[in-house]
Design a protein around this ligand. Structure first.
Ligand code: ASP
Length: 340
């Protein structure tokens, strides 16, 4: 009997050690998925990406540490990425066919299931904040175009001249895309798979951005911000601002942010599908994410996604050569990866 008690105690201890050894993630981010190959990257460029992804994670983590909400963490993180011209969001957004930057963003609160989104904005410096303003300061979920720009201005957000978003790299990317095929939008990657679109393997820089955070109160939030696809037609809206397609969040399941060929994500309602697979089928966040992305791949779409559940488990699948991504655990340990 005594031996049995000692054995039980030992088992309990082993279990406790195992549980505490399990990593609890509090944030996950992406900076876009695509043909990101080490051979096309200089050490300097790679270091720049790693530094910005790290800085973004630190910005969000500071909010969580200070006891702020996961929404605050998502917004602070995405600001860093939107303000960095290397990513296809905010400054550094890709160009539409007619040479404009039309930005999309969405944010969602996993506790209340409130959501906000903007599409096709051209003057809001940080579209993720415009999405949050729509969620918190209007009775709507989504606003588009000049109305959304005006709403953001009235909400007191920073407004810039559309020229602010111009970068040479993205402009050159548009000229290349037009040369290849004037009528087809391309993911900002030039993947071999995007050869389906008739595009060769250009070294387009890829970089829609997204973040999911879990705060100290146990609430999840997710957000996505993008310039969309290079050479997109005027008025085209991708998956990022569509709640349930590119962005979704529910405390009962997970927060999700997607990146990739948006039309496929919209048609597969990817983010909500992941949540549904968890809620109705009892799948883990990793199983549900893989299943939803596999479906995108089978239909010919490419990209990736990030997901974080309320227990702090993450999934970061992608079916491209690489995806800029990073995580931070409750103890502040950062991991950033780019390639497969
Ligand atoms: N999903 C975005 C869109 O289709 C593009 C991306 O993720 O890079 O607009």
């Amino acid at each position: 009997m005594k031996l049995f008690k000692i054995f039980s105690l030992f088992m309990l201890l082993a279990l406790a050690v195992n549980v505490s050894a399990q990593k609890k993630y509090v944030m996950v981010i992406h900076g876009g998925a695509g043909t990101i190959l080490k051979k096309n990257m200089t050490p300097e460029k790679e270091a720049t990406y790693v530094a910005t992804l790290t800085k973004a994670l630190q910005a969000g983590y500071a909010e969580i540490k200070a006891g702020k909400s996961s929404l605050d963490a998502v917004e602070a993180t995405i600001h860093v990425l939107e303000n960095d011209p290397h990513f296809n969001a905010g400054k550094g957004a890709v160009f539409t066919h007619d040479g404009r930057n039309e930005l999309d963003a969405a944010i969602m609160d996993g506790k209340t299931l409130m959501a906000g989104a903007v599409a096709g904005v051209t003057t809001v410096k940080n579209p993720i904040s415009a999405a949050r303003a729509v969620m918190e300061k209007s009775e709507h979920v989504m606003m588009v175009g000049s109305g959304a720009d005006l709403f953001a201005k009235d909400a007191g957000l920073e407004i810039v001249d559309p020229k602010y978003f111009w970068t040479k790299e993205r402009w050159d990317g548009l000229q290349e895309a037009i040369k290849e095929d004037s009528t087809k939008a391309v993911l900002d990657l030039g993947s071999k798979k995007s050869g389906l679109l008739g595009i060769k393997n250009h070294d387009y820089k890829f970089g829609t951005v997204g973040c999911v955070a879990l705060d100290q109160a146990g609430n999840l939030a997710s957000g996505t911000s993008t310039g969309g696809m290079t050479n997109k037609k005027y008025g085209r809206v991708g998956d990022a601002p569509i709640i349930g397609a590119g962005t979704y969040c529910n405390n009962e399941t997970a927060g999700i942010s997607c990146t990739g060929w948006g039309e496929f994500y919209i048609r597969n309602v990817v983010a909500k599908t992941i949540s549904d697979l968890m809620e109705y089928k009892g799948l883990s966040v990793a199983e549900a994410s893989k299943m939803a992305l596999d479906k995108v791949g089978k239909m010919g779409g490419d990209g990736g996604l990030i997901a974080l559940d309320k227990k702090g488990n993450v999934a970061m699948p992608f079916n491209t050569e690489g995806m800029y991504r990073g995580t931070i655990t409750a103890d502040g340990k950062i991991e950033v990866s780019i390639y497969k």
